[in-house]
Design a protein around this ligand. Structure first.
Ligand code: PLP
Length: 395
């Protein structure tokens, strides 16, 4: 028999798996070109050419023992140094290799940091809507995820509710901007106010509250919007980054954590993250990818491809009567479902062969997520279905 805890995880993950299976079944039935799967956040834009070149360069020009061998659990020092200097160039920070831990994607980084920080019963606060896996990552270490209700006006975090929800047991607050599922970028005003609340509460309870910034979508922004670099606003910030979306490499599992030397208990935290990387069984982030991304720190995917999708989908859906906050980043659109029950609405969309994810999977009922990291032509083919769906509700 499997563990009771895993029973729960298995039960809760079945909805997404069911959707995946359903998509496959529908494609067989109607033909793949007639099924419009907007359910997955799998990048559709190709990785930039620099990635292939870097991989070949590493394989052909670097020492194979170095490329394929074990290393420090935190990752190659020269790679970490390059990353630190690149962050410094971009954001005016002053990191070095001792502040960087290479991770197995953002997911690996978040697990390393929660393993390092959480005692059973410690609380981690997040803002709805949020990436549903946070519940599992915090649960892995017997922490408790506390959810602040959504602010559906503009999907900036509800900071007054945050203030009420912080307790002596609050170990961390985790935010994600650009956000999955809304595409909203948290403004500098939001970050300044958030930092002020965290400083005030740390003093009130005489505790440390870490701010974890989960940033796999940092590079995917539109209209020249700026994403504030959080270590500059709040001393106890830890950044989790990944190249899954920024270079379209989700299967390669590569990312990093930034742990600034200013954070409370820095020496222990760095040691803990190093050991956590080892004992969680990662041992280290994939070595070939570590070496390759070091050559790609200025490489970019063509964000304009996502931008075209965003404009087409957003403008069309609005003209059909849907409501949605225009996303400034990531590749998601979070529409208000046309009936209160978002699961029923997703089922109604399925009748038009449109697969979208109910907002309740992200802690926000009454909405649905549309992932537009898909072919432009697929969106064009799906639009008549979205239009008919809206008409059914607006009769
Ligand atoms: N955090 C957020 C908000 C995400 O949307 C995702 C993936 O979709 C992850 C973390 C995990 O990213 P990775 O593939 O780098 O582990």
């Amino acid at each position: 028999m499997i563990s009771e805890k895993m029973m729960e995880f298995v039960k809760n993950s079945s909805a997404i798996r069911a959707m995946f299976e359903e998509g496959k079944r529908m494609a067989e039935l109607h033909g793949p070109e007639n099924v419009y799967d907007f359910s997955l956040g799998n990048p559709s834009v190709l990785p930039p050419e620099e990635v292939n070149k870097a991989l070949l360069k590493v394989i052909h020009e670097e020492d194979p023992n170095l490329v394929h061998g074990y290393m420090n659990n935190s990752g190659y020092e020269d790679v970490r140094r390059k990353i630190a200097y690149s962050i410094n160039d971009k954001f005016g920070t002053s990191f070095d290799e001792k502040n960087i831990i290479m991770t197995v994607g953002a997911a690996g980084g978040l697990n390393v940091i929660f393993k390092s920080l959480l005692n059973p019963g410690d609380e981690v606060i997040t803002f709805a809507p949020f990436f549903g896996e946070y519940r599992s990552y915090v649960g892995n270490y017997d922490g408790k995820l506390i959810v602040v209700a959504p602010n559906t006006t503009d999907f900036q975090p509800n900071l007054s509710e945050l203030e009420q929800k912080i307790t002596k047991k609050t170990k961390a607050v985790i935010i994600n901007s650009p956000n999955n599922p809304t595409g909203v970028v948290y403004s500098e005003r939001t970050i300044l106010d958030l930092a002020q609340i965290l400083y005030k509460k740390q003093e009130e309870y005489n505790t440390t509250i870490y701010l974890i910034s989960d940033e796999p979508y940092r590079e995917l922004v539109y209209d020249g919007v700026e994403v504030p670099y959080l270590t500059k606003y709040y001393k106890n910030t830890i950044v989790g980054y990944s190249w899954s979306k920024s270079l379209s490499l989700p299967g390669e599992r590569i990312g990093y954590l930034v742990i600034p030397k200013e954070v409370d208990d820095y020496d222990n935290l760095i040691s803990a993250a190093n050991v956590a990387t080892r004992i969680l069984g990662f041992v280290n982030a994939p070595s070939l990818m570590q070496r390759a991304v070091a050559y790609c720190l200025d490489a970019k995917i063509d964000v304009e491809i996502y931008n075209r999708n965003r404009e087409l989908l957003y403008n069309s859906l609005l003209s059909y009567g849907y409501e949605c906050v225009k996303p400034q980043g990531a590749f998601y659109l979070f529409i208000k479902s046309l009936e209160e029950d978002d699961q029923a609405f997703a089922r109604a969309a399925k009748k038009h062969n449109i697969l979208i994810v109910p907002g309740s999977s992200f802690g926000c009922q009454g909405y649905c997520r549309i992932a537009y990291c898909v072919d432009y032509q697929m969106i064009e083919r799906a639009l008549p279905g979205f239009k008919k769906l809206a008409k059914e509700y607006h009769k």
